[in-house]
Design a protein around this ligand. Sequence first.
Ligand SMILES: N[C@@H](CCC(=O)N[C@@H](CS)C(=O)NCC(=O)O)C(=O)O
Length: 205
Amino acid sequence: MSIEILGNTFSHNARKVTWALEEVGASYEHTAVDLMSGAQKKPDFLALNPNGRVPVLKDGDFVLYESNAILFYIADKHGKLLPGDAEGRAQVWQWLAWQAADLAATCLDPWMMKLYASMGQPFDEAAHAEKVAAAKPPLTVLNGHLEGRKHVVGDALTVADIAIAESIGLCDFAGIDLTPYPAVRAWFAPLSERAAFKKTRPPQG
Ligand SMILES: N[C@@H](CCC(=O)N[C@@H](CS)C(=O)NCC(=O)O)C(=O)O
């Protein structure tokens, strides 16, 4: 039985897991959850994830939510996108936890403000500038770490790259200027050219 992902191509958290599934060559089904209509708050979805958020993975009877836990499961199950040694796997965990705790909201919050503004809601420039400023500390940490590196951990793509790159991919629309972070830009550019990355974005136009 193949894996099912309940997601949405507009959700960067859901794209993390479809990107990883494409990278490992897994067969999977993607079920789009209509976030705008609130399908994620309906009882059938809440039975899978009581938080009412995508993504959710179903693998037979096994159900898992939290995108970074799903990333780890996909990588572990397929024996790919993780280093072979305990230290390397622990470092991947470190960066997955950091992405969720320190980076995610700082990229997402100004992105959401821009999204709501694009839908006609009022835009508070001062509040947006405050959110953008909050991204500086984690981006400085990431930039320092990536200096002289092609990957977040070790010398090959891992789920840590995928999780962090999905946050970094929000920066442009969010109005976060990445010019002061050249190592982040140099690391992100080839990732965004990968076939699996491109395949898992929303259709253009
Ligand atoms: N910590 C969760 C966050 C998931 C999340 O925030 N998903 C968003 C889309 S990116 C969502 O489903 N939003 C709809 C809602 O909250 O109603 C994860 O990493 O999976």
